[in-house]
Design a protein. Structure first.
Length: 268
């Protein structure tokens, strides 16, 4: 499933980074990187994504994969915490073939090869989950209240792989694409995309309106600062082409963000 595929790519990415840091004797940075992988990626996200529904048993395949990944994590953490990781490693299975202290490091992970597309999908999913949950909270929707999610986007393929995971994590009975604004909904703006959240419960949009107004004010000021820089002939003529291109991209992104925020406020 997608969560296993994502964590495998993330594990490949981080193990490659840790190997490079260890080769450079940057032990503190290597440990911090592993800490983030274990606590943030594995515990906070991966385990949450494979967790069964309320009062449902844990799927054996999911559990086996989670244990396999955790063994790799303990193996990687072993040089920093040898005794604790050794004990945990043997508690995971009763028939471990060897001790971590003599085990040959698994070279399956750490090659530095990973699928960036899947990692980008995961970052989008994390952001969407966080923002939808925050929007629910501000609209005074309880976690048990079922919602519907509608997505307005120019690139549906970006959302296709993660829509089921998103629906599960935010307690949505459906996730659908739409070309039109959805009335009587709260809205989440993500770049040029928008998520509309509908519920049978009464929605309080006052907090969201205030937040959208603050975001709009910020991007209007940001756009003004970028346009001021681009209107400076000395800067445009002397700066490197890639620097000017970056400022032009900031201008285009800000204009798109302002347009999206203004439409969201209008619909509310």
């Amino acid at each position: 499933e997608w969560p296993h595929l994502w964590f495998e790519q993330r594990l490949n990415q981080v193990c490659g980074e840790v190997d490079q840091l260890m080769d450079q004797f940057k032990l503190s940075e290597a440990l911090k990187t592993l800490y983030s992988l274990i606590w943030d990626d594995y515990c906070s996200w991966y385990l949450e994504w494979i967790k069964p529904g309320f009062e449902k048993p844990m799927d054996t395949a999911h559990l086996e994969k989670a244990v396999e990944f955790f063994e790799i994590l303990m193996e990687r953490l072993h040089p920093f915490m040898p005794f604790v990781t050794e004990d945990i490693y043997h508690r995971l299975r009763s028939n471990q073939p060897s001790d971590l202290c003599v085990k040959q490091q698994d070279k399956k992970f750490g090659s530095g090869s990973y699928d960036k597309t899947i990692l980008d999908e995961a970052e989008l999913l994390k952001s969407a989950i966080t923002q939808v949950r925050d929007a629910r909270l501000k609209a005074k929707l309880k976690n048990k209240d079922v919602i519907q999610v509608f997505c307005s986007t120019k690139n549906e393929s970006v959302w296709t792989s993660i829509k089921e995971m998103l629906a599960k994590q935010v307690n949505a009975e459906s996730f659908e694409f739409t070309m039109n604004p959805i009335g009587d909904s709260i809205q989440v703006v993500m770049g040029g995309d928008r998520l509309y959240i509908k519920s049978a419960q009464t929605l309080d949009t006052s907090a969201q309106i205030e937040e959208l107004k603050k975001d709009l004010e910020y991007f209007i000021k940001f756009l003004a600062s970028v346009e001021q820089k681009l209107s400076n002939e000395k800067f445009v003529n002397n700066a490197k082409p890639e620097v000017v291109a970056l400022e032009q991209k900031k201008q285009a992104d800000a204009l798109e963000k302002i347009r999206t925020l203004e439409e969201s406020l209008k619909n509310l």
